[in-house]
Write a protein of this length. Sequence first.
Length: 290
Amino acid sequence: MTTNTTTYILTGSSQTKLGVLDLIISSLYRNDCYAYEMHTFDDADTDRFFFRVEFNYRGNGEFSEADLRSQLADRAEAYEVKWELRDLAIPAKVVILVSKYDHCLQDLLHRYSTGALNIEIPAIISNHPDLKKQADWYNIPYYHLPVTAETKAEQEAQMWQIIQETGADLVVLARYMQVLSEDMCKKLHGRAINIHHSLLPGFKGAKPYHQAYDKGVKLVGATAHYVSEDLDEGPIITQGVEPVDHTYTPERLVAKGRDTERVTLARAIKLHVEDRCFLNGNKTVVFPGH
């Protein structure tokens, strides 16, 4: 018996009903595939079942992805299962949107270059020219698309063209300080991630960390979520929190907050590109990663 070292991921969801789990396991078994990691979740509130399976081929001869797809399609139709199958070795194409703050961008570029994130970055888009040198260092195309209230529709049309031409699987707002239009949010539904600070009480507007300092906060945090038409209120993927105390100046709070933002964003991207995130209404189902 041989082992195909290529890892495949089977993900999907369906209404809760008998036989769905058997469909998954038996389909893999019939094709000599070994499931070495499996996660499932049955949401009693929505009566919906979610699953994620990592597997590889353990049979003799060559593995036929087409045969497995055909069998899954035939059997899944009867159970109304929405499913996807992909080779985990193929990196996700990620387009990054950024303005002037570079901490999240720098972190993602480093993780990309070291292989810590299984992604390709075919484009970086910004409404400012400031961070082009970072893109040039990694030989990534940098698109400077200035935007004003009058040119927003035109700028987003250019942005959408780049996203389509690069075949982007995911769009990441790495401190992109512009609000996407409702139309763009709908186009990017389920495949755009944003990061923002999470401070309690909620401090909005300019200099939130300075506001937090004035209130003597004891925690700083960050939230990574899918983009939605409601600003900063999309389905949450992951959150980070770090303790602070009375010795923290506004500048130290900002530094701590930025560290939390970059780590939280990277974690969310990793979960997404490993197909561990599922939209479930206004919430998410997120299966744990390594």
